[in-house]
Design a protein around this ligand. Sequence first.
Ligand SMILES: [Zn+2]
Length: 587
Amino acid sequence: MNIPLWTLEQLYTLNSPKLSADLARLDEKTAHFTSWRTKIKKALPSPNEFKALLAELEDLNSLAHRLSGFAVLAFTQNTQDQKAQAFMAKIDEKMADLNNELLFFELWWKDLAEETVKPLRQSQPDFAYWLDRTRAFRSHTLTEVEEKIINLKNTTGNNSLIALYDSITNRYRFSTRDITETNVTQVTRDELMVHVRSANQTIRAAAYHELYRVFSADGPVLGQIYQTIVRDWRIENMRLRHYNRPIDVRHKTNNLQPETVEALLNTIRDRISLFGEFFKLKAKALGLAKLNRSDLYAPLIEDKEPLNFQSGLAEVLAAFERFSPIFHNLATKVIDEGHFHGRPQSNKQSGAFCYSIRPVDTPWVLMTYNGRRQDLFTLAHELGHAVHSQLANKHNIFNFQATLPLAETASTFGEILLADHLMKKTQSISKRSNLIFHLLDDAYATIGRQAFFTLFEISAHEMVENGATVDELSECYLENLREQFADNVEIDEEFRWEWVSIPHIFHTPFYVYAYSFGQLLVYNFWRQYEKEGPNFTPHLINLLAKGGSAAPADIIATSGLGPLDEEFWQKGFEVIESLLQELKLIF
Ligand SMILES: [Zn+2]
């Protein structure tokens, strides 16, 4: 079996008449929908009219998703295809216009009095959750004119600052003169970062040194962009929209109580030394006296023979099957329907993703399969996303996709299923410990590292408000690293510039705690599965099937534990403890 390549023809081709016809249809549908504007302002719609309105809105969004989904997929399969680039730009602009055209509905709905809303929402049970979530932002919403001005001014304001950050940093080229012996001396960041996983300590250190040589040269400018983004965030969200604290905006979109996230961050801060113990053990396994920060991703044993795609896929599917045939079948559908792009190709987007266009479509998965162990885990991760999305396909287009804190549930669970399956299969202690190292590397990167980014963001937003300089922010970041690693890992001064190299904190403030949330949550699900066996399976499947309408109460019910407090998050750490315990017996 060759590594599969997807066929986007099922959606469109860039030259197809259907594509231009659908773009025109979208304009017609939008124009038709805006006729509701005067109708609903004049008189409250009857439940039947409201139903018709929502059906129209869903239909219109469904077409918009199909078009923009195709634009994304066509671009990612070949980022140098000029036609795909042009189409993507066109669609971006169209979607921004569309959002402004449709804004009136959302604002009208938020503005209605509670007793007026009740009969309407009760008449549309499948939309109720989405309608309620929309209204949850009532007290933070401005008038239509103000909202439109913010949208318009953002295109040349905040959005363009983010675009500027991206264009400055995407243009960076890094020298490999001190790293490789080949003739290539100028490489991209992705290509440079391959060397931080090198087996050679000098090469790992040189790769980081080069990374921060380039970023620190622009550090003051990138830092200034960050300060401005932070100020914009504060002005819009605190002064205009009346949020209490900068991070509260994210809690609201994530549908989480601030206390839940505070308990999460406190617990991680409290338990961070567990990762310190892991790093000490890793140093021992590598034969080093102490790890340097640049040794964090050092490999234990170089990957041997690559595993061909057919065998790799078989391992992932067997791991899924062991948990539930439903997982196995939904993952298989992605491959069988030609929605999987795994072949290494030049100009293909790096990284991996699973893209769900509409509830009716099988999701699309892109990754590059080279047969390394890491690729097997990426495959399990992305197919896990695809399973999640298909389980939730009974919902409408507005709430079939999981909210951020739950978005990584099935994907991370899929990875643990794979690790467990591989560990059960092997008798070899070195293979087993390799898998545990892989799991703990991952646990640190998603739980510890992301939580500490969030702690830095909280301080940085506060500091910028009080007029902090870029150097003071870098000093704060270095302090953050010192707390994180204590005396378990050596940190070079150059890491003070790491924060200006993290796109998430520029693009989407406070986004990253969702990773820590998701991973610890999945550990709790895993504990429950180990305890209950197959009885647990339907609980997890039910939670996933709720898609975007899964609430914190559903999470608690699935985990079989109490509220989302510190005790809850501590339980997640038990999984890390027991993995670490096993390693301690080996090393
Ligand atoms: Zn993911």
